[in-house]
Design a binder for this molecule. Structure first.
Ligand SMILES: [Zn+2]
Ligand SMILES: [Zn+2]
Length: 300
């Protein structure tokens, strides 16, 4: 709030004029008349005290003047950034991994992921500047944006090649226009998904000033033991079995992909590695077609 405007005097007003104006306003806005006047009354006193003190008034006048200039320049910065950012239309994608069990991959599953992404700063709306910011020509490169080093021109390190610097950038984001925010996303993994498949969540990535947010790319990983492999819709699994057991030809009990108990009869006298095909106990493809289980018995 402008102190001169508050008291209703011109910036060139004398102390006498200020005193007169203050008495008038203080009477009019006294909180005894209306408790709602409390705030404005406080401001009137602050204005009066500031403008009656020579040093404080001088300081206030300087600040007031530069604020006028800042506000004007702020518009210019915003315009400038708008122009510059026209090329940059999309924020950066974010890559993440999610681990699922084979059962989850077989049945399909909802997963929740927490991650950090850059969001538009609510304070400066992404421009990095506020009404307190102002632009200053870079003194290192004298506004050119380049400096000479060993006879070649390189981007100025001070202003990162911009030729100007923003003084008093947005204090909330430090002038970046973006702030890191922890977010959560829930997404669906369809049954029959293959390992390393990328699930794309549109606009789940980093936001960008005057542009579209990037995407969130989630790579699906299987949480499984090393002796199990998925190839298409089939499962390849290795099972070590003591020689005597393998020789005798017995029933063995394993858990299938749905975590159900599966009893398998081993043919008699297995001396070498033998692959048993168990129909319909495999993984599935994205169309829902179920494959087989190839169980390799390794006598030890
Ligand atoms: Zn900001
Ligand atoms: Zn510079």
């Amino acid at each position: 709030m402008d102190f001169y405007r508050l008291l209703g005097v011109p910036p060139s007003a004398s102390k006498e004029e200020i005193k007169r104006a203050f008495r008038e306003k203080a009477k009019k806005y006294h909180p005894d008349l209306n408790p709602e006047n409390q705030e404005i009354f406080k401001k009137i006193i602050e204005a009066y005290e500031t403008l009656m003190d020579d040093n404080k008034r001088k300081e206030y006048d300087l600040k007031r003047k530069s604020n006028f200039i800042k506000n004007k320049i702020d518009e210019e910065i915003r315009e400038f950034l708008n122009l510059k950012d026209k090329k940059k239309v999309k924020g950066r994608d974010i890559k993440k991994e999610v681990f699922i069990t084979l059962k989850e991959g077989f049945e399909g599953v909802y997963k929740k992921i927490s991650y950090t992404k850059k969001k538009i700063c609510p304070n400066c709306k992404g421009s990095g500047v506020t009404e307190n910011s102002f632009i200053q020509k870079c003194y290192t490169c004298k506004g050119v944006g380049k400096i000479k080093k060993w006879l070649i021109n390189i981007p100025c390190v001070k202003c990162k090649g911009k030729g100007f610097m923003i003084i008093n950038p947005c204090e909330y984001c430090g002038g970046e226009g973006l702030i890191k925010t922890e977010v959560e996303k829930t997404f669906y993994i369809p049954p029959g998904i293959q390992e390393n498949y990328l699930i794309k969540i549109d606009e789940g990535g980093n936001e960008v000033y005057k542009g579209l947010p990037g995407d969130l790319l989630i790579k699906v990983k299987f949480n499984k033991s090393k002796d199990i492999k998925i190839k298409g819709k089939d499962i390849y699994r290795e099972l070590k079995l003591p020689r005597e057991k393998a020789k005798a030809g017995e029933y063995i009990v394993i858990k299938n992909i749905k975590n159900e108990t599966l009893t398998i009869r081993i043919p008699e006298d297995i001396r070498q590695e033998t692959v048993l095909k168990i129909k319909g106990e495999g993984y599935k493809d994205i169309k829902g077609e179920i494959g087989d289980l190839y169980l390799k018995i390794i006598p030890i």
